[in-house]
Design a protein around this ligand. Structure first.
Ligand code: NAD
Length: 471
């Protein structure tokens, strides 16, 4: 049983003033594996005060010093990659493919930030003005549970690159992963107060970070509803706000797609991170004339996908993070049936042979129309909806007929055609045949998927304020 009873403030692990406890579970077994003692509003205030004290020295650091900090952070994560992976397997239970990606990714974002900052134009001459990009001030970061350490590291990396200080409130459901990460990051010897992390609930610690006058910027990754609450709270003191929110990504399969090549891309985009991914491509748009063929192949391959624990190398889909998330996904599968969609694979209930653990069956619905709730709302589980289209205009219309606009996909054989369709999609990113971008490609959403961009020079811009000295 793990007891997480420390938060990280001013360069030290300290006991929080809050004394509420939150139970931690292994989602693959439903067993309680630990408890975290949560911080409260006073803890958030102490962390903000530490970040504020550290800011004047941090803003004076040279680029060489910041790059050295980023490299030390990268090395600290790499040195503890095995423990980080074990903590994630225990507390989150990701499928082996996502587990293998997570720790190298968390280290990689520090490297990417170091590269971005080394070529970033901090000083620009514009007309008769010298424009300098200035560190924004204390940043608050609020992160979700579905790739906890990745989000913490990417937001921390940009704060360091920009020369500012940060207070992070991770998801309370990720406390073991957070603690393991912090023990690693502590070894990077950042100046005191540059990094502060307070475990706590959203409506206490998160809300305080979103309203406190000494916080200059909030960077948030999570649900659209929470993003709206943060934006409102932040408005009072005109905080700069970056929001990375939900998605309902379309995958547009073109007429010429070769199914043998396309299916692995389609399945990866739909079921990555067990479907608990904002970037999941959960609406598959298929030419009507190929619908039967595609549904038949999906039935075959998705029925053969395996839900199971991280410890089983053949698992394709891990458990849902919590009982609540399991029930949410179940309710959407029942809803799909009620709405008249056709079950192609999966369905409600637990996968055969898994009596314990918050496992769900990877599920595909056919006969879906884009007005059904399963096609409009983010399910955040391994549930794919197949929607037929008549021609390219129809495909683009359906793809863009959503409140969201985070990540879309085009799957096909002809690059020119794929690019033509991609240019018509309203999304912050469009992946061609599921090819991943590197860590400096801007990431963020159109419409209700968010505000602003993370990563690379666009991400760094959002941690800086331009100052023009004219004449
Ligand atoms: P969530 O919005 O419930 O919580 C995210 C974080 O916000 C948590 O740390 C939570 O404690 C905190 N929070 C909750 N209420 C708050 C409040 N009133 N003020 C301040 N903070 C508050 O989201 P979740 O369930 O943890 O994560 C799943 C959601 O995150 C999905 O909707 C998913 O699409 C989204 N997500 C988006 C991205 C992206 O980059 N766009 C990435 C991953 C997840």
């Amino acid at each position: 049983m793990r007891m997480i009873d420390r938060i990280y403030v001013d360069g030290e692990f300290v006991a929080p003033q809050g004394d509420e406890h939150f139970d931690l579970f292994n989602p693959a077994t439903e067993e309680k594996i630990g408890e975290v003692r949560l911080g409260n509003v006073e803890d958030a205030q102490a962390a903000i005060a530490a970040a504020k004290r550290a800011f004047p020295a941090m803003r004076q650091t040279t680029l060489t010093e910041r790059i050295a900090m980023l490299h030390r952070l990268r090395d600290a994560v790499l040195a503890h990659a095995d423990e980080l992976t074990e903590a994630m397997a225990l507390e989150y239970g990701a499928a082996p493919s996502f587990l293998a990606f997570a720790a190298p990714y968390a280290a990689g974002v520090f490297d990417a930030a170091a590269k971005t900052v080394s070529s970033y134009p901090f000083t620009r001459q514009i007309g008769n003005a010298e424009v300098t990009m200035e560190p924004i001030g204390v940043v608050a970061a609020i992160t979700p549970w579905n790739s906890s350490n990745g989000f913490i590291c990417s937001k921390l990396a940009m704060a360091i690159a920009a020369g500012t200080t940060i207070v992070i409130k991770p998801s309370e459901m990720s406390a073991i992963q957070t603690q393991t990460l912090l023990e690693a990051l502590h070894e990077a010897r950042l100046p005191r107060g540059v990094l502060n992390v307070v475990n706590g609930y959203g409506n206490t610690v998160g809300a305080e970070l979103s309203r406190h006058p000494d916080v200059a910027k909030v960077t948030f990754t999570g649900s659209t509803g929470t993003g709206r609450a943060i934006l409102r709270a932040a408005a009072e003191t005109f905080k700069r706000v970056t929001l990375e929110l939900g998605g309902k990504g379309p995958q547009v399969m073109l007429d010429d797609a070769n199914l043998d090549e396309a299916l692995p891309h389609i399945l990866a985009a739909a079921f990555r991170n067990s479907g608990q991914a904002c970037i999941a491509g959960t609406r598959l748009l298929v030419p009507a004339w190929r619908l039967d063929e595609v549904c038949a192949r999906l039935r075959q391959v998705v029925s053969a996908m395996k839900a199971g624990p991280s410890s089983d190398p053949t698992s394709d889909i891990g458990p849902m993070v919590s009982a609540r998330q399991w029930e949410r996904v179940q309710s959407y599968i029942r809803l799909g049936l009620d709405e008249g969609a056709t079950l192609i694979a999966g369905g409600a209930g637990r996968p055969e042979g898994l009596e314990r653990g918050w496992f769900v069956k990877p599920t595909v619905f056919g006969n879906v129309t884009n007005d059904m709730r399963i096609a409009r709302e983010e399910i955040f589980g391994p549930v794919l909806s197949v929607i037929a289209y008549e021609n390219e205009d129809d495909a683009v219309r359906i793809a863009n007929d959503t409140e969201y606009g985070l990540q879309s996909y085009v799957v096909g054989a002809n690059e020119t055609e794929m690019r033509r369709v991609a240019r018509r999609l309203e999304a912050g990113r469009v992946l061609l045949n599921d090819q991943a971008g590197d860590y400096s490609v801007p990431f963020g959403g159109f419409k209700h998927s968010g505000i602003g961009r993370e990563f690379g020079s666009f991400g760094l811009d959002a941690f800086l304020e331009p100052r023009a000295i004219v004449g």
